[in-house]
Design a protein. Structure first.
Length: 250
């Protein structure tokens, strides 16, 4: 991530670093205790998480980065959640949006859904319930892709976060899983280090270009048995070569 973007991020977001799973979440909540609890919980689940305490900062954050999921409180100081939601959808924010609301009125829930929210949770709520909603929204957004992918001898369960080579479990660290999943989702495409950094890290995360090279090297070694190559395209990035396609073209 560029130094300029990092500087902007530090100015507008409270950050929790993570181990990354290729899913980025923005929490828009002015209640610090609640926001801290959500950050800890979602970080523990492996997501990249940023926090914006106001609607203004949320809109600025979304103009800088793409978020797969936005957890948005309706009762924000200044620009309220409804206005933030309306603006995000107007500017074609495609990530899922989960509303947090203390309003139990049906009209408020209907308004939020009509403005483009994907789901809502009424305060007070239990964290396991919110985690379940988060997982459901992420699964829904990923429905366009198969939850199970097959590349030669490698089988990857995206939802279960498991990988096997034949019948053997492929042992991966959270970071290695994150990089592998991102590359496999784009098999046959050249992916740059910068693209991976932006997708897999929160803004203040310490992951660097050199670290990406280290994870790529480890993955190459671990994927040898599956016959999967990660090719370096000099000056551009990395390309996962699908062994099934290679056999078909040979």
């Amino acid at each position: 991530m560029s130094n300029g973007t990092q500087a902007v991020a530090r100015g507008i977001l409270n950050h929790e670093s993570d181990q990354g799973l290729g899913v980025r979440i923005l929490i828009v909540e002015d209640d610090k205790a609640l926001a801290d609890g959500l950050l800890r919980t979602l970080k523990h689940s492996g997501y990249a998480v940023d926090h914006a305490p106001t609607g203004e900062l949320a809109l600025r954050a979304c103009s800088e980065e793409h978020y797969d999921l936005i957890i948005l409180d309706i009762s924000l100081p200044g620009i309220d959640g409804f206005e933030v939601l309306k603006t995000l959808r107007k500017h074609h924010q495609t990530g899922s949006i989960l509303l947090l609301t203390a309003h139990d009125a049906e009209a408020d829930r209907v308004q939020g859904l009509d403005l483009g929210a994907d789901d809502y949770v009424i305060k007070p709520f239990l964290l396991p319930e919110l985690e379940a909603r988060v997982r459901a929204l992420i699964r829904r957004s990923q429905a366009v892709r198969s939850p199970r992918m097959q590349f030669g001898q490698l089988t990857v369960d995206v939802v279960g976060r498991r990988a096997h080579i034949g019948k053997d479990v492929l042992e991966l660290t959270p970071r290695e899983w994150s990089v592998l999943e991102y590359l496999l989702m784009r098999a046959g495409q050249v992916v740059s280090k910068e693209q991976m950094l932006q997708a897999l890290c929160s803004w203040d995360d310490s992951l660097t270009h050199n670290a990406i090279e280290v994870y790529i090297s480890r993955l190459r070694s671990k994927l040898q048995k599956a016959g999967i190559g990660i090719r370096t395209v000099r000056g551009f990035g990395y390309l996962v070569e699908d062994p099934d396609s290679a056999q078909q073209n040979s």
